[in-house]
Design a protein around this ligand. Structure first.
Ligand SMILES: Nc1nc2c(ncn2[C@@H]2O[C@H](COP(=O)(O)OP(=O)(O)OP(=O)(O)O)[C@@H](O)[C@H]2O)c(=O)[nH]1
Length: 325
């Protein structure tokens, strides 16, 4: 999926075959690392799963799989869908195929040809982890050698502006902000204009998670989206919804409401480290018909990992199945 493998330090005299095998090795190492992250982040979910299947096996009974997926907070409707027609004893390969299929809504972004600036609008309810995730995304941009500017678009709460400003300072990235109560769409416009003027690669704009009424919130978000497109054609390029992973499946209704308001392009699930509800990722992606781009696995700016359905499913299966020969 989103892999950024740098080839620039390869020795010139390497043959294409050597280079290919080296690239494969790098890729494998990175996949292992991501799998390691998932295993760590999902330790609580895995504890529940292991209570159902304490010993790793080659084949696992249908009922046991059903039970462990329930334990991991996967919605029953999705479990039924995933397991439809599977035999009484299920192999790793059979289950893997079905589970990966649940994430069929893969992100469809050509990362080699991103517009400049690439504008992301961050939406979601208060407390879901919006501000922290914006900081994590900004850090990721910087790590990749890209410039970034933040827009403090949650003008409803002074604390939100302050919190994002603190992160901007800590990460040493510019931020456009205004006073509490001022027009959020003006902040969005100014942030994009500033990025255009200064040739900045990425724009990340925060939004309010709550206003006086749901209608006000909906109107404000719609206005921000419209104003972004006035500042730059086709902006925002991604509307990302932040969902609190500790809420498990109950985050879905919330997400649907936001999706109806402005149409969401993808999801970031936060706080995966603190929950036993990791299985909800299946239902979240499948029910909303949206890709999960990243997952948050801690409170620091580095605790964000790119979501890969394959690696996520493999780390889960590693807990219950003997490695397939
Ligand atoms: N463990 C853990 N905590 C997280 C993660 N992401 C965010 N948090 C914490 O969740 C709390 C809320 O995060 P914020 O980023 O303030 O959330 P917000 O959506 O901006 O919420 P408001 O500031 O209330 O608008 C903070 O204490 C964060 O440190 C994560 O991936 N893992």
């Amino acid at each position: 999926m989103f892999s950024f493998f740098k080839k620039n330090d390869k020795e010139k005299e390497e043959t294409p075959l050597e280079e290919e095998s080296e690239n494969k090795e790098i890729q494998q190492t990175q996949e292992e690392e991501t799998k390691g992250f998932f295993t760590k982040a999902l330790s609580k979910t895995f504890e529940n799963i292991k209570a159902v299947v304490p010993q790793k096996k080659e084949k696992i009974a249908f009922d046991e799989i059903e039970e462990l997926l329930i334990e991991a907070d996967m919605e029953y409707e999705i479990i039924e869908k995933a397991m439809d027609g599977l035999p009484d004893m299920i192999t790793r390969k059979q289950l893997r195929h079905r589970l990966v299929m649940l994430f069929e809504h893969a992100p469809d972004v050509d990362l080699t040809n991103l517009p400049k600036p690439f504008v992301r609008l961050i939406i979601g309810v208060n407390g879901a982890g919006k501000t922290t995730t914006i900081a994590k995304l900004a850090k990721k941009c910087k790590n990749e050698g890209k410039s970034v500017i933040l827009g403090a678009g949650d003008t409803f709460r002074a604390a939100a502006i302050e919190q994002l400003s603190t992160w901007a300072q800590r990460l040493d990235v510019p931020i456009i902000k205004t006073k509490q109560g001022h027009d959020a769409s003006a902040v969005a416009y100014d942030t994009i204009s500033s990025a255009l003027a200064k040739n900045i690669d990425n724009v990340i704009i925060d939004t309010a998670g709550r206003l006086q009424t749901q209608t006000n919130l909906s109107n404000e978000l719609k206005k921000i989206v419209k104003v972004c497109s006035k500042a730059m054609e086709n902006a925002p390029h991604q509307k990302l919804m932040i969902l609190d992973g500790t809420q498990g499946n109950s985050a879905i209704a919330q997400a649907k409401a936001f999706n109806e308001m402005v149409g969401v392009d993808g999801i970031i699930v936060t706080k995966l480290d603190g929950t036993a509800k990791g299985g909800a990722l299946f239902s979240i992606s499948n029910q909303l018909e949206l890709p999960i781009f990243y997952v948050g696995v801690g409170e620091s700016a580095d605790d964000l990992i790119e979501f890969s359905p394959d690696e996520f499913v493999d780390s889960l299966l590693d807990e219950i199945y003997i490695e397939e020969k």
